[in-house]
Design a protein around this ligand. Structure first.
Ligand code: ADP
Ligand code: MG
Length: 678
């Protein structure tokens, strides 16, 4: 082994965690469960796995570390591979949905919590691991919460916990905030290891523009840009971190910043410190990783760095050198919307604890400042104290199916750290019954066992399995893949470019008759795939080449899962006696009959799931402005602004869903729940 010192080694010795290295290793040795807390940036995520690796914990299995966010899993793995001076994917690797960068050599594996959940399905005792570290537990993501419960349950059955392994599994739970008593209590009062860290005071200032009446407006981007530029022109040297909610917003803010920063006159130095320019860097989930790497590098001398990020920079990733925070006060969150009866990505005010966490990012290495664009009144009236855990605000359909497949039948009395409302569990059971994944007694069906293998929304999986049984998976695999990647249609900011892009997109839709958004996705996928120069084809048609490339890879992976299941299991086979041109839509109906709407008057549609919400077709759909010709439609998802919009739409015939629709009302959820409790 090489004795050469890593250039990062000195850096990592400066981290607060380093002084506690020996004691930490000892603490992990001494108990099955350990809770570790410490300020964000103290080195938990990047260092602890390396310490354990060094201390020989990999002798008996891998070290697995879960992250709620895929970007965090990837970026951190890259960093640790660099620190350990090995190639990513060898000793250190990562696995996220549809992207596996590990090998048989991998000893330290970063992954999303969803990935570990899938691994438990195949290997309930996690026999490949000697240590499992659940990281960022304070984020309270749905999958992490479920993992906590499953691991607790695993240990309550000693036979299960030791099955297939020579030594017992070690579990470490890491969290940035101080809910540690609760976590410790959850794991039979296990020890808590706190890493003391030094933080510096951060002065927080409220703004005067965004008040309680702006809670639903999106006008805050301009204000955020203005405040960031004010900081840049009047504050001493030090980098800026701006919090916004998502990719399109961040790109818009960066465009505005570029435009305006160019006009700044740098002849006057900022308070005697030379700041000559601004380096603007976006940071969001679906960004290419080579671009993300720049974020961590110090800016050139005299240049101020300004990172415009989503909430990912609040705790999952730490950027050194940040002295100023600009906080929009908003976050994008997946919430169950009871008005429309489904999960919707919404922009909502952050909680006060989240706001404090954001501000804290400015005080890691010296005193800092946090500029909030919202007023004190907004803070008092619109922001909740704490963020509600995801398990209490989103659909549980997929995780309930996973639990049932793991043999957890009583999904109501599962050991939840915080219980979801019972009606959410009942709603999940009802949906699973509607998709034929469980029977009337709440037991997983053969179909349900197939469905759980796909990392997709259960409805989409249902449609895909229908297609496979009719031997037309070629139609559904690309559609499922396209719906699993980020938006593939480019939306340029400049109006004249936008017109050009719209024209091209209309043309693409027209190729399939212009009345079916799912068919457009299929056609774009096929046209690009069969093109000689796919990236040029994308450029010409205003399609994101990167997104489409991931769709190609996702399609291959879904195809592999399907093939494996078809070889291994009794796979249903059906005959189709309808019109072949209807095949795609007929398959979609099997999974999307929960998303059916019927036109009532004018351009208004009414959903048929019992909620009877009034919805409109989104302007991005090729069916927009064709409403008069439509009667029944199905749709992929919903966007709520001042109106409720449905997106990715296609027309159907009533006969196709006639037999399915009664299922939406037939089942008595209390019957399912009494079974759930048996
Ligand atoms: P914690 O998990 O306690 O929040 P981390 O282990 O994530 O802390 O971070 C420790 C340090 O490593 C921070 O100073 C951070 O800036 C640095 N770091 C993490 N990832 C990278 C990266 N990809 N490039 C450069 N520095 C990084
Ligand atoms: Mg961390």
């Amino acid at each position: 082994k090489s004795t050469k010192r890593s250039p990062k080694e000195n850096e990592s010795k400066q981290l607060p965690i380093y002084q506690h290295k020996t004691k930490l290793i000892q603490a992990v040795r001494e108990s099955s469960f350990l809770v570790v807390t410490g300020e964000t940036g103290s080195g938990k995520t990047t260092q602890l796995p390396q310490y354990l690796h060094e201390a020989g914990f990999c002798k008996d299995g891998k070290i697995g570390i879960t992250q709620p966010r895929r970007v965090a899993a990837i970026t951190v793995a890259q960093r640790v591979a660099q620190e350990m001076q090995c190639t990513l994917g060898r000793d250190v690797g990562y696995q996220v949905r549809f992207d596996d960068c590990t090998s048989s050599d991998t000893m330290v594996k970063y992954m999303t919590d969803g990935c570990l959940l899938r691994e438990i399905l195949a290997d309930p005792g996690l026999s490949q691991y000697s240590v499992v570290i659940l990281d960022e537990v304070h984020e309270r993501s749905l999958n992490t919460d479920i993992l906590l419960g499953l691991i607790k349950k695993m240990f309550s059955n000693p036979a299960k916990a030791t099955k297939g392994r020579s030594i017992p599994l070690k579990v470490v739970v890491m969290s940035a905030t101080l809910e540690t008593d609760k976590l410790s209590a959850f794991f039979s009062n296990c020890p808590v290891f706190s890493i003391p860290g030094r933080t510096f005071p951060v002065t927080c200032m409220f703004g005067s523009v965004v008040g309680p009446k702006d809670v639903e407006s999106t006008g805050y981007v301009k204000e955020v840009v203005k405040v960031a530029l004010d900081v840049h022109t009047s504050e001493m040297a030090g980098d800026i971190l701006v919090f916004l909610t998502g990719q399109s917003e961040i790109e818009r803010a960066c465009d505005l910043l570029y435009e305006k920063a160019e006009c700044i006159d740098y002849r006057y130095d900022v308070q005697d410190q030379t700041v000559e320019g601004l380096l603007i860097l976006p940071l969001y989930g679906s960004m290419p990783t080579d671009q993300q790497r720049q974020i961590f590098q110090p800016p050139p001398p005299g240049i101020r760095k300004c990172v415009v990020a989503t909430n990912i920079a609040a705790t999952s990733l730490t950027i050194n050198g940040i002295k100023y925070i600009v906080d929009s006060g908003f976050v994008k969150q997946l919430n169950h919307n009871s008005r429309v009866g489904m999960d919707i990505l919404e922009v909502v005010p952050i909680s006060k604890s989240e706001a404090l966490q954001r501000a804290g990012r400015a005080g890691r290495t010296s005193a800092g400042k946090c500029f909030r664009i919202y007023t004190k009144e907004f803070w008092e009236k619109c922001m909740p104290e704490y963020t509600v855990p995801e398990i209490q605000r989103t659909s549980l359909t997929a995780v309930v199916l996973t639990l049932k497949c793991l043999g957890v039948h009583d999904v109501i009395r599962f050991p939840y750290l915080d219980c979801p409302e019972e009606r959410f569990i009942l709603e999940a059971l009802k949906q699973l019954y509607q998709f034929d994944a469980i029977d009337r007694r709440g037991k997983v069906t053969q179909l349900g066992e197939l469905m759980v293998e796909f990392p997709l929304h259960p409805g989409l999986t249902r449609a895909l399995l229908k297609a496979a049984s009719l031997d037309c998976q070629e139609l559904l695999l690309p559609v499922a893949a396209m719906l699993s990647v980020e938006n593939i249609f480019i939306r340029p900011g400049k109006p004249e470019k936008q017109k050009e892009a719209d024209k091209k997109h209309k043309k693409l839709a027209a190729k399939t008759g212009g009345m079916n958004d799912f068919a457009t996705l299929l056609s774009v996928f096929q046209s690009c795939k069969s093109s000689d120069r796919p990236s040029a084809w994308c450029k010409e048609n205003w399609i994101h080449w990167r997104a489409l490339k991931s769709a190609f890879s996702v399609e291959t992976q879904l195809r592999e899962i399907l093939l494996r299941l078809q070889q291994k299991r009794d796979f249903p086979v059906e005959a189709f006696d309808g019109n072949r041109s209807e095949l795609l839509r007929r398959c979609l109906c099997t999974g999307y009959f929960t998303n059916v709407a019927r036109r009532s008057v004018g351009k208004v549609f009414c959903t048929m799931d019992g909620h009877g919400s009034m919805v409109h077709i989104h302007p991005s759909s090729s069916l927009f402005d064709q409403e008069a010709e439509l009667n029944w439609v199905i749709f992929h998802d919903v966007l709520v602004t001042s109106r409720v919009y449905i997106r990715t739409v296609c027309p159907i015939r009533y006969e196709w869903v006639k037999d399915l629709l009664p299922k939406l009302h037939e089942v008595d959820v209390y019957e399912l729940s009494s079974v759930a409790r048996e």
